[in-house]
Write a protein that binds this ligand. Structure first.
Ligand SMILES: [Zn+2]
Length: 232
């Protein structure tokens, strides 16, 4: 892509643009790994600012966009730097360069292949990873799967909201399901106790024994430390 003024050919290319197949595959892979990831900073086709300068977000002469931005969303397992590093570690021939978090790294075509260096462009890419693919159509439209070494999103961790039971402070005299849960935990930890949902003398004694054995403050009250000890 050159800095040619926007003419009829360029407009036609923009109207009928498509993303390089290799990048469609990459985007699908990331979406499969993290179905709920944020896409706010995702990008393919360049905006008007891009179209005035040389950018892989502008369609090439065949109407193909050779760049993809993927949003940084660590909460859903898509971490800017980790994804960029995985792409680098893949040494994939399709990569022209990757930009993330103020650094750029070129692919096999150089300069200084596979080595991070400071990125001096106006956008430091703190909120997304930018991936440009090589100019050869055989490479940029190569739709084989990407290997992303070390990059995996454990779906349970990334997608399931962690709902921890609330563990209230319990003392002698308390009754109810939380006491019942406490008593079951004490029994599981070796106490001889009737589970009756009533925090009486026997329960307090069991709590003290547990606290002593677990080397936490022996006060017969079930606070954060005792809960943690019982649950670990
Ligand atoms: Zn970009």
């Amino acid at each position: 892509m050159t800095n040619a003024p926007a003419g009829a050919a360029t407009s036609a290319a923009i109207r009928s643009w498509r993303l390089a197949k290799s990048l469609m595959v990459l985007r699908d892979q990331i979406n499969a790994l993290s179905p709920n990831r944020s896409k706010v900073a995702d990008g393919t086709l360049g905006d008007t600012a891009h179209s005035k300068r040389k950018s892989d977000h502008n369609p090439n002469v065949r109407g193909v966009v050779q760049a993809l931005d993927l949003t940084d969303d660590p909460a859903h397992g898509v971490d800017n730097r980790k994804l960029a590093q995985a792409l680098l570690d893949s040494r994939d021939r399709r990569i022209k360069y990757v930009i993330a978090d103020g650094e750029i790294c070129s692919g096999a075509g150089g300069p200084s292949p596979w080595v991070w260096r400071p990125y001096t462009g106006t956008n430091a890419h703190r909120h997304h990873v930018h991936i440009s693919v090589a100019d050869d159509p055989k490479l940029y439209d190569d739709a084989s799967a990407w290997s992303l070494p070390g990059f995996n999103v454990p779906p349970s961790k990334a997608e399931k909201p962690v709902t921890k039971p609330v563990n209230p402070v319990l003392v002698k005299g308390n009754k109810g399901p939380d006491v019942e849960r406490l008593q079951k935990l004490l029994v599981a930890n070796g106490a001889k106790l009737v589970v009756d949902a009533d925090f009486g003398d026997r329960t307090e004694k069991a709590v003290r024994s547990f606290q002593k054995a677990a080397r936490i403050t022996v006060d017969g009250k079930v606070g954060a430390q005792t809960w943690e000890g019982l649950l670990s």
